[in-house]
Design a protein around this ligand. Structure first.
Ligand code: C2E
Ligand code: CA
Ligand code: CA
Ligand code: CA
Length: 278
């Protein structure tokens, strides 16, 4: 009760700055967002490196607030992560994504779906059983689901995370490292973990080709990841020059505005079907 009283005082304290106030407003809005159906999921296609075929899709959550309009995930995810809200939001996205991927498969195109996990979800007890239940209820084949975790999540509490990842992977679900290269871990270290895919952060891709330093760095990351037998995905690919360069490095897949933006699930699958029918 004391906690709550204190929170209320903070809420109306005129001395707190506008950014903090905005954050609290968003947090209050987010508490209602699920009930009010303000959250939904977009899917960004992942292409084989030639750019010719869609081989996956990443689920990205969106918040269209009645009060605040469309709030970018870079803003509201960190706020949700500061509370338990991220656990409910994460479960919602997982449910949506699995059901969507089943609809794709029913249309004759099985496209694997990737879902982002946040650190709080890993620390929450119910994650494994949520995944298992959602797979069962949706009927999605486990190998059609991939979970994306950032490096720091894997490094910060390895004793807790390793057994959990092993149990999740035992279900048949794939594991990807997201934003790779932005943390401080080495691939040799990550090799101990059950990981299938490395997603190279777009900051390494922005300035290639053209910046010799970045080219060297990117080449080193990709060749090491390949030598460890990871599937290598380049993120944030915006130009044909970048795509071609990544192809020479031996990247397996790419994701980025060059070939596809996040879109509704039914639009993604019609694109896949059109491509099949040529
Ligand atoms: P992320 O996981 O690294 O997702 C990729 C982000 O890069 C997406 O932004 C996507 O729209 C953007 N992107 C893709 N291709 C390009 C490109 O070619 N150029 C540029 N400039 N950007 C590109 P989005 O959808 O705004 O998501 C931002 C971040 O929010 C995500 O980064 C992820 O960390 C987080 N997020 C989104 N959805 C979820 C979710 O369901 N759960 C959790 N925990 N986090 C999420
Ligand atoms: Ca991601
Ligand atoms: Ca990423
Ligand atoms: Ca990111």
């Amino acid at each position: 009760a004391k906690e709550r009283g204190r929170q209320r005082i903070v809420l109306f304290d005129p001395s707190i700055d506008a950014r903090q106030q905005q954050r609290l407003n968003y947090e209050m809005g987010l508490r209602e967002a699920l009930n009010k159906d303000e959250l939904f999921v977009r899917y960004q296609p992942r292409f084989e490196i030639s750019g010719r075929r869609i081989v996956g899709a990443e689920a990205l959550v969106r918040w269209e607030s009645q009060e605040h309009g469309l709030v970018p995930p870079d803003i509201f995810i960190p706020i949700a992560e500061g509370t338990r809200l991220i656990v409910d939001i994460g479960r919602f996205v997982l449910e949506q994504a699995c059901h969507e991927a089943v609809r794709w498969a029913e249309q004759g195109e099985a496209v694997p779906v990737s879902v982002n996990l946040s650190p709080k979800q890993l620390r929450e007890d119910g994650l494994w059983s949520d995944i298992q239940r959602i797979l069962r209820e949706s009927g999605l084949a486990p190998n059609m689901l991939e979970l994306e975790l950032t490096e720091s999540m894997l490094v910060d509490n390895i004793d807790l995370v390793l057994p959990l990842l092993q149990r999740i992977r035992a279900l048949g679900v794939n594991i990807a490292i997201d934003d790779f290269g932005t943390g401080y871990s080495s691939l040799a270290y990550l090799k101990q973990l059950p990981i299938d895919t490395v997603k190279v952060d777009r900051s390494f891709i922005n300035d290639v080709p053209g910046s010799p330093e970045d080219e060297t760095l990117l080449q080193a990351i990709v060749s090491m990841a390949r030598s460890l037998n990871y599937r290598v995905v380049a993120e944030g690919v915006e130009s044909e020059q970048q795509r071609a360069f990544l192809e020479t490095l031996g990247c397996d897949e790419l994701q980025g505005f060059l070939l596809g933006r996040p879109e509704p699930g039914n639009m993604l699958i019609s694109q896949v079907i059109r491509a099949r029918e040529g």
